[in-house]
Design a protein around this ligand. Structure first.
Ligand SMILES: C[S@@+](CC[C@H](N)C(=O)[O-])C[C@H]1O[C@@H](n2cnc3c(N)ncnc32)[C@H](O)[C@@H]1O
Ligand code: SF4
Length: 364
Protein backbone atom coordinates (compact mmCIF):
# COMPACT_ATOMS: atom_id res chain seq x y z
CA UNK A 1 0.00 0.00 0.00
CA UNK A 2 1.29 3.45 -0.92
CA UNK A 3 1.88 6.15 1.62
CA UNK A 4 -1.02 8.52 2.27
CA UNK A 5 -0.27 11.66 4.26
CA UNK A 6 -3.41 13.75 3.87
CA UNK A 7 -7.07 13.74 4.80
CA UNK A 8 -9.89 15.93 3.49
CA UNK A 9 -13.20 15.90 5.38
CA UNK A 10 -16.30 17.50 3.88
CA UNK A 11 -19.01 19.03 6.06
CA UNK A 12 -21.75 19.95 3.58
CA UNK A 13 -24.04 22.04 5.77
CA UNK A 14 -24.53 25.79 5.17
CA UNK A 15 -26.83 28.24 6.92
CA UNK A 16 -27.24 30.39 3.80
CA UNK A 17 -26.46 29.66 0.17
CA UNK A 18 -24.15 31.99 -1.74
CA UNK A 19 -25.24 33.09 -5.19
CA UNK A 20 -22.12 31.73 -6.94
CA UNK A 21 -21.72 28.43 -5.14
CA UNK A 22 -21.65 25.12 -6.94
CA UNK A 23 -20.02 23.13 -4.13
CA UNK A 24 -21.56 20.09 -2.52
CA UNK A 25 -23.75 21.66 0.15
CA UNK A 26 -27.20 21.49 1.73
CA UNK A 27 -29.02 23.71 4.17
CA UNK A 28 -28.06 23.09 7.78
CA UNK A 29 -30.74 20.92 9.32
CA UNK A 30 -30.19 19.62 12.82
CA UNK A 31 -32.02 16.41 12.09
CA UNK A 32 -29.26 15.24 9.73
CA UNK A 33 -26.18 16.09 11.74
CA UNK A 34 -26.01 13.21 14.19
CA UNK A 35 -26.57 10.63 11.44
CA UNK A 36 -24.10 12.42 9.18
CA UNK A 37 -21.37 12.34 11.81
CA UNK A 38 -22.10 8.69 12.62
CA UNK A 39 -21.73 7.82 8.93
CA UNK A 40 -18.54 9.87 8.69
CA UNK A 41 -17.13 7.85 11.61
CA UNK A 42 -18.16 4.65 9.84
CA UNK A 43 -16.60 5.72 6.55
CA UNK A 44 -13.31 6.55 8.26
CA UNK A 45 -13.37 3.26 10.16
CA UNK A 46 -13.92 1.36 6.90
CA UNK A 47 -11.29 3.03 4.75
CA UNK A 48 -8.58 4.60 6.93
CA UNK A 49 -5.59 2.27 7.15
CA UNK A 50 -3.62 3.78 10.02
CA UNK A 51 -1.35 5.95 7.87
CA UNK A 52 0.53 8.70 9.69
CA UNK A 53 -1.24 11.87 8.63
CA UNK A 54 0.64 15.11 7.92
CA UNK A 55 -2.26 17.32 6.79
CA UNK A 56 -5.95 17.41 7.62
CA UNK A 57 -8.35 19.82 5.93
CA UNK A 58 -11.93 20.20 7.11
CA UNK A 59 -13.86 22.03 4.42
CA UNK A 60 -17.35 22.61 3.23
CA UNK A 61 -20.03 23.56 2.99
CA UNK A 62 -19.56 25.31 6.27
CA UNK A 63 -17.90 23.23 8.98
CA UNK A 64 -18.33 26.16 11.36
CA UNK A 65 -22.13 25.93 11.02
CA UNK A 66 -22.04 22.98 13.45
CA UNK A 67 -22.92 23.61 17.09
CA UNK A 68 -20.28 23.24 19.80
CA UNK A 69 -21.69 19.85 20.73
CA UNK A 70 -21.62 18.70 17.10
CA UNK A 71 -18.07 19.98 16.67
CA UNK A 72 -17.02 18.04 19.77
CA UNK A 73 -18.35 14.88 18.14
CA UNK A 74 -16.52 15.74 14.89
CA UNK A 75 -13.23 16.17 16.76
CA UNK A 76 -13.79 12.92 18.63
CA UNK A 77 -14.02 11.21 15.20
CA UNK A 78 -10.89 12.98 14.00
CA UNK A 79 -8.93 11.63 16.94
CA UNK A 80 -8.97 8.30 15.02
CA UNK A 81 -6.15 9.61 12.83
CA UNK A 82 -2.54 9.05 13.76
CA UNK A 83 -0.84 12.39 13.33
CA UNK A 84 2.74 13.20 12.35
CA UNK A 85 4.60 15.55 14.67
CA UNK A 86 4.54 18.65 12.46
CA UNK A 87 1.02 18.19 11.06
CA UNK A 88 -0.99 20.99 9.43
CA UNK A 89 -4.65 21.01 10.43
CA UNK A 90 -6.85 23.46 8.51
CA UNK A 91 -10.45 24.29 9.39
CA UNK A 92 -12.68 26.41 7.12
CA UNK A 93 -14.57 28.92 9.20
CA UNK A 94 -17.09 31.51 8.08
CA UNK A 95 -16.43 34.98 9.42
CA UNK A 96 -19.81 35.29 11.14
CA UNK A 97 -19.13 32.11 13.15
CA UNK A 98 -15.87 33.33 14.65
CA UNK A 99 -16.04 33.82 18.41
CA UNK A 100 -13.85 32.93 21.37
CA UNK A 101 -15.77 29.78 22.20
CA UNK A 102 -15.45 28.12 18.80
CA UNK A 103 -11.85 29.24 18.35
CA UNK A 104 -10.88 27.85 21.76
CA UNK A 105 -12.49 24.55 20.79
CA UNK A 106 -10.57 24.44 17.50
CA UNK A 107 -7.33 25.32 19.26
CA UNK A 108 -7.79 22.60 21.91
CA UNK A 109 -8.41 20.13 19.12
CA UNK A 110 -5.13 20.92 17.40
CA UNK A 111 -6.42 23.03 14.51
CA UNK A 112 -3.43 25.21 13.56
CA UNK A 113 -4.61 26.85 10.34
CA UNK A 114 -7.83 28.74 9.61
CA UNK A 115 -9.25 29.32 6.15
CA UNK A 116 -11.79 32.11 5.99
CA UNK A 117 -14.01 32.87 3.00
CA UNK A 118 -14.08 36.65 3.04
CA UNK A 119 -14.59 37.02 -0.77
CA UNK A 120 -14.69 40.83 -0.70
CA UNK A 121 -14.90 43.63 1.85
CA UNK A 122 -17.22 45.70 -0.32
CA UNK A 123 -20.83 45.75 1.04
CA UNK A 124 -22.40 46.04 -2.43
CA UNK A 125 -20.47 43.06 -3.80
CA UNK A 126 -20.97 41.04 -0.61
CA UNK A 127 -24.69 41.48 -1.09
CA UNK A 128 -24.43 40.38 -4.72
CA UNK A 129 -22.60 37.22 -3.59
CA UNK A 130 -25.21 36.71 -0.85
CA UNK A 131 -22.59 36.75 1.88
CA UNK A 132 -23.94 38.23 5.03
CA UNK A 133 -20.89 39.49 6.92
CA UNK A 134 -19.58 43.03 7.17
CA UNK A 135 -16.15 44.51 6.75
CA UNK A 136 -15.97 45.61 10.41
CA UNK A 137 -16.86 42.08 11.52
CA UNK A 138 -14.05 40.66 9.37
CA UNK A 139 -11.49 42.97 10.96
CA UNK A 140 -12.75 42.34 14.49
CA UNK A 141 -13.01 38.55 14.13
CA UNK A 142 -9.66 38.05 12.45
CA UNK A 143 -8.07 40.02 15.26
CA UNK A 144 -9.81 37.74 17.79
CA UNK A 145 -8.36 34.70 15.98
CA UNK A 146 -4.88 36.23 15.94
CA UNK A 147 -5.20 37.19 19.60
CA UNK A 148 -6.04 33.60 20.50
CA UNK A 149 -2.85 32.37 18.88
CA UNK A 150 -3.84 31.46 15.32
CA UNK A 151 -0.81 32.54 13.31
CA UNK A 152 -1.55 30.63 10.11
CA UNK A 153 -4.60 32.13 8.44
CA UNK A 154 -5.85 32.04 4.85
CA UNK A 155 -8.40 34.35 3.32
CA UNK A 156 -10.34 33.49 0.14
CA UNK A 157 -10.97 36.43 -2.14
CA UNK A 158 -13.20 36.55 -5.22
CA UNK A 159 -12.55 39.13 -7.94
CA UNK A 160 -13.95 39.86 -11.41
CA UNK A 161 -17.36 40.40 -9.86
CA UNK A 162 -19.73 42.12 -12.36
CA UNK A 163 -19.54 45.92 -11.95
CA UNK A 164 -16.48 45.68 -9.71
CA UNK A 165 -13.96 48.37 -10.56
CA UNK A 166 -10.18 48.07 -10.42
CA UNK A 167 -10.22 50.62 -7.59
CA UNK A 168 -12.65 48.49 -5.59
CA UNK A 169 -10.43 45.45 -6.08
CA UNK A 170 -7.42 47.47 -4.95
CA UNK A 171 -9.37 48.49 -1.83
CA UNK A 172 -9.98 44.79 -1.13
CA UNK A 173 -6.29 43.96 -1.52
CA UNK A 174 -5.26 46.90 0.67
CA UNK A 175 -7.72 45.80 3.31
CA UNK A 176 -6.35 42.26 3.13
CA UNK A 177 -2.80 43.59 3.55
CA UNK A 178 -3.87 45.63 6.59
CA UNK A 179 -5.18 42.46 8.24
CA UNK A 180 -1.63 41.11 8.13
CA UNK A 181 -2.43 37.45 7.55
CA UNK A 182 -0.04 35.19 5.68
CA UNK A 183 -2.00 33.43 2.94
CA UNK A 184 -4.55 34.39 0.31
CA UNK A 185 -6.38 32.33 -2.31
CA UNK A 186 -7.74 34.48 -5.13
CA UNK A 187 -10.50 33.36 -7.46
CA UNK A 188 -11.82 34.99 -10.60
CA UNK A 189 -15.60 34.61 -10.29
CA UNK A 190 -16.95 31.62 -12.21
CA UNK A 191 -20.61 31.65 -13.12
CA UNK A 192 -21.37 28.01 -12.57
CA UNK A 193 -24.50 26.34 -13.88
CA UNK A 194 -26.92 25.47 -11.06
CA UNK A 195 -26.22 28.71 -9.18
CA UNK A 196 -28.35 31.77 -8.56
CA UNK A 197 -25.99 33.89 -10.68
CA UNK A 198 -26.46 31.53 -13.61
CA UNK A 199 -30.23 31.47 -13.26
CA UNK A 200 -30.16 35.27 -13.17
CA UNK A 201 -28.16 35.26 -16.42
CA UNK A 202 -25.27 37.20 -14.89
CA UNK A 203 -22.50 37.78 -17.42
CA UNK A 204 -18.75 37.60 -17.08
CA UNK A 205 -16.69 40.77 -17.05
CA UNK A 206 -14.55 41.17 -20.16
CA UNK A 207 -11.27 39.26 -20.51
CA UNK A 208 -9.13 42.37 -20.57
CA UNK A 209 -10.49 43.58 -17.26
CA UNK A 210 -10.11 40.11 -15.78
CA UNK A 211 -6.44 40.11 -16.77
CA UNK A 212 -5.95 43.65 -15.45
CA UNK A 213 -7.40 42.50 -12.12
CA UNK A 214 -5.15 39.44 -12.00
CA UNK A 215 -2.18 41.79 -12.59
CA UNK A 216 -3.29 44.18 -9.84
CA UNK A 217 -3.47 41.28 -7.36
CA UNK A 218 -0.17 39.86 -8.49
CA UNK A 219 1.75 43.15 -8.46
CA UNK A 220 0.40 44.35 -5.15
CA UNK A 221 0.87 41.09 -3.27
CA UNK A 222 4.35 40.41 -4.58
CA UNK A 223 5.38 43.99 -3.70
CA UNK A 224 4.31 43.21 -0.14
CA UNK A 225 6.36 40.05 0.35
CA UNK A 226 3.85 37.47 -0.83
CA UNK A 227 5.05 34.66 -3.06
CA UNK A 228 2.75 33.38 -5.79
CA UNK A 229 3.42 29.67 -5.27
CA UNK A 230 0.43 28.49 -7.32
CA UNK A 231 -1.60 30.18 -10.05
CA UNK A 232 -4.22 31.48 -7.57
CA UNK A 233 -2.41 31.19 -4.25
CA UNK A 234 -0.02 33.54 -2.50
CA UNK A 235 1.71 33.20 0.84
CA UNK A 236 4.41 34.66 3.00
CA UNK A 237 7.50 32.39 2.91
CA UNK A 238 6.89 29.19 4.88
CA UNK A 239 3.10 29.56 4.93
CA UNK A 240 2.24 27.70 1.72
CA UNK A 241 -0.71 25.34 2.25
CA UNK A 242 0.92 21.95 2.81
CA UNK A 243 -2.43 20.27 2.25
CA UNK A 244 -3.12 21.84 -1.12
CA UNK A 245 0.46 21.15 -2.20
CA UNK A 246 -0.33 17.46 -1.75
CA UNK A 247 -2.99 17.81 -4.46
CA UNK A 248 -0.70 19.72 -6.81
CA UNK A 249 2.07 17.17 -6.20
CA UNK A 250 -0.33 14.52 -7.51
CA UNK A 251 -0.05 12.66 -4.19
CA UNK A 252 -2.67 10.32 -2.84
CA UNK A 253 -5.06 11.52 -0.11
CA UNK A 254 -8.13 10.34 1.72
CA UNK A 255 -11.40 12.20 1.12
CA UNK A 256 -14.22 11.57 3.59
CA UNK A 257 -17.76 12.93 3.76
CA UNK A 258 -20.58 13.53 1.32
CA UNK A 259 -19.32 14.74 -2.06
CA UNK A 260 -15.67 14.41 -1.04
CA UNK A 261 -13.12 13.12 -3.54
CA UNK A 262 -10.09 11.08 -2.71
CA UNK A 263 -7.17 9.31 -4.33
CA UNK A 264 -6.21 6.06 -2.67
CA UNK A 265 -4.29 3.02 -3.99
CA UNK A 266 -4.33 4.31 -7.53
CA UNK A 267 -8.10 4.91 -7.51
CA UNK A 268 -9.67 8.36 -7.75
CA UNK A 269 -13.14 8.35 -6.21
CA UNK A 270 -16.00 10.74 -5.48
CA UNK A 271 -18.51 10.19 -2.73
CA UNK A 272 -22.25 10.44 -3.19
CA UNK A 273 -23.85 13.90 -3.29
CA UNK A 274 -27.03 12.47 -1.79
CA UNK A 275 -27.40 12.98 1.96
CA UNK A 276 -29.95 10.17 2.29
CA UNK A 277 -27.54 7.71 0.70
CA UNK A 278 -24.62 8.99 2.72
CA UNK A 279 -26.36 8.56 6.05
CA UNK A 280 -27.26 5.01 5.02
CA UNK A 281 -23.53 4.41 4.72
CA UNK A 282 -23.52 4.26 0.90
CA UNK A 283 -20.39 6.32 0.44
CA UNK A 284 -18.74 5.90 -2.92
CA UNK A 285 -20.39 7.06 -6.11
CA UNK A 286 -17.63 7.03 -8.73
CA UNK A 287 -14.42 5.09 -8.68
CA UNK A 288 -11.84 5.27 -11.43
CA UNK A 289 -8.58 3.35 -11.60
CA UNK A 290 -5.83 5.76 -12.62
CA UNK A 291 -3.78 4.17 -15.42
CA UNK A 292 -0.17 5.15 -16.01
CA UNK A 293 -1.00 7.63 -18.82
CA UNK A 294 -3.61 9.40 -16.71
CA UNK A 295 -1.25 9.55 -13.74
CA UNK A 296 1.36 11.20 -15.96
CA UNK A 297 -1.22 13.60 -17.39
CA UNK A 298 -2.26 14.60 -13.86
CA UNK A 299 1.38 15.08 -12.88
CA UNK A 300 1.65 17.84 -15.50
CA UNK A 301 -1.83 19.33 -15.14
CA UNK A 302 -1.41 19.64 -11.37
CA UNK A 303 2.36 20.10 -11.11
CA UNK A 304 2.56 23.03 -13.51
CA UNK A 305 -0.02 24.91 -11.42
CA UNK A 306 2.83 25.44 -8.94
CA UNK A 307 5.13 28.28 -9.88
CA UNK A 308 8.10 26.04 -9.00
CA UNK A 309 6.71 23.51 -11.45
CA UNK A 310 8.06 19.99 -11.51
CA UNK A 311 11.28 18.78 -9.95
CA UNK A 312 13.18 16.76 -12.56
CA UNK A 313 14.82 14.36 -10.09
CA UNK A 314 11.53 13.62 -8.30
CA UNK A 315 9.87 13.06 -11.65
CA UNK A 316 12.53 10.50 -12.57
CA UNK A 317 12.14 8.73 -9.23
CA UNK A 318 8.38 8.55 -9.65
CA UNK A 319 8.16 7.47 -13.30
CA UNK A 320 11.54 5.89 -14.12
CA UNK A 321 11.96 8.11 -17.22
CA UNK A 322 13.48 11.56 -17.57
CA UNK A 323 11.05 14.42 -18.07
CA UNK A 324 12.77 15.24 -21.39
CA UNK A 325 11.42 12.00 -22.82
CA UNK A 326 7.99 13.67 -22.87
CA UNK A 327 7.82 15.31 -26.35
CA UNK A 328 5.60 18.23 -25.23
CA UNK A 329 8.18 19.29 -22.63
CA UNK A 330 10.87 19.73 -25.23
CA UNK A 331 8.51 21.63 -27.57
CA UNK A 332 7.19 24.00 -24.88
CA UNK A 333 10.69 24.77 -23.59
CA UNK A 334 11.72 25.61 -27.17
CA UNK A 335 8.70 27.92 -27.52
CA UNK A 336 9.66 29.69 -24.28
CA UNK A 337 6.42 28.67 -22.56
CA UNK A 338 8.19 26.41 -20.08
CA UNK A 339 11.43 27.34 -18.37
CA UNK A 340 14.08 24.75 -17.60
CA UNK A 341 16.15 26.08 -14.73
CA UNK A 342 18.44 24.09 -12.45
CA UNK A 343 16.40 21.42 -10.64
CA UNK A 344 12.93 22.30 -11.99
CA UNK A 345 10.83 22.95 -15.08
CA UNK A 346 8.03 25.48 -14.68
CA UNK A 347 5.64 27.67 -16.67
CA UNK A 348 7.18 30.95 -17.83
CA UNK A 349 5.59 33.50 -15.43
CA UNK A 350 4.54 35.55 -18.51
CA UNK A 351 2.18 32.71 -19.45
CA UNK A 352 0.85 31.78 -16.00
CA UNK A 353 -2.40 33.69 -16.48
CA UNK A 354 -3.03 31.68 -19.64
CA UNK A 355 -1.70 28.45 -18.17
CA UNK A 356 -4.68 26.43 -19.42
CA UNK A 357 -3.46 26.94 -22.96
CA UNK A 358 -0.17 25.33 -21.97
CA UNK A 359 -1.66 22.58 -19.82
CA UNK A 360 -3.93 21.47 -22.64
CA UNK A 361 -0.82 20.14 -24.41
CA UNK A 362 -0.56 17.41 -21.78
CA UNK A 363 -4.10 16.08 -22.04
CA UNK A 364 -4.27 12.59 -23.49
C1 LIG B 1 -14.74 25.34 -0.84
S1 LIG B 1 -15.21 26.91 -1.26
C2 LIG B 1 -16.18 27.41 0.08
C3 LIG B 1 -15.59 27.59 1.42
C4 LIG B 1 -16.53 28.10 2.50
N1 LIG B 1 -17.75 27.38 2.50
C5 LIG B 1 -16.83 29.55 2.34
O1 LIG B 1 -17.80 29.90 1.74
O2 LIG B 1 -16.02 30.33 2.78
C6 LIG B 1 -13.70 27.76 -1.23
C7 LIG B 1 -13.64 29.04 -2.01
O3 LIG B 1 -13.83 28.87 -3.38
C8 LIG B 1 -14.21 30.11 -3.94
N2 LIG B 1 -15.32 29.91 -4.86
C9 LIG B 1 -16.37 29.12 -4.67
N3 LIG B 1 -17.21 29.20 -5.72
C10 LIG B 1 -16.65 30.07 -6.61
C11 LIG B 1 -17.03 30.57 -7.89
N4 LIG B 1 -18.15 30.23 -8.48
N5 LIG B 1 -16.20 31.44 -8.49
C12 LIG B 1 -15.05 31.81 -7.91
N6 LIG B 1 -14.66 31.37 -6.71
C13 LIG B 1 -15.45 30.52 -6.06
C14 LIG B 1 -14.60 31.02 -2.78
O4 LIG B 1 -13.60 31.98 -2.59
C15 LIG B 1 -14.65 30.06 -1.62
O5 LIG B 1 -14.34 30.68 -0.40
S1 SF4 C 1 -19.65 29.37 -0.71
FE1 SF4 C 1 -19.39 28.26 1.19
S2 SF4 C 1 -20.94 29.14 2.57
FE2 SF4 C 1 -21.51 29.73 0.53
S3 SF4 C 1 -22.99 28.18 -0.10
FE3 SF4 C 1 -20.96 27.56 -0.86
S4 SF4 C 1 -20.13 26.23 0.65
FE4 SF4 C 1 -21.85 27.31 1.61
Amino acid sequence: MSNIDSVYIHIPFCKTICSYCDFCKIFYDKKYIKDYLDSLAQEIKTYYKDHIIKTIYIGGGTPSSLSIEELNRLFEIIRTFKLAEDFEFTFEINIEHINEEILALLYQNKVNRLSIGVQTFNPKHLQFLNRNHQKEEVIKNINIAKGLGFTNINIDLIYAIPNQTKEELLDDINMFLKLDVNHISTYSLIIEPRTILYVNKVEYIDDELDYAMYKIINDKLTQHGFNQYEISNYSKPGYESKHNLQYWNNSEYYGFGMGASGYVNNVRYTNTLNINKYIKNCFRDLEEVVDSNTKLENEFLLGFRKTKGINKQEFYQKYGITIYEIPQIYKLIKEGKLIDKKTNIFINPKYLYLSNEILINFMV
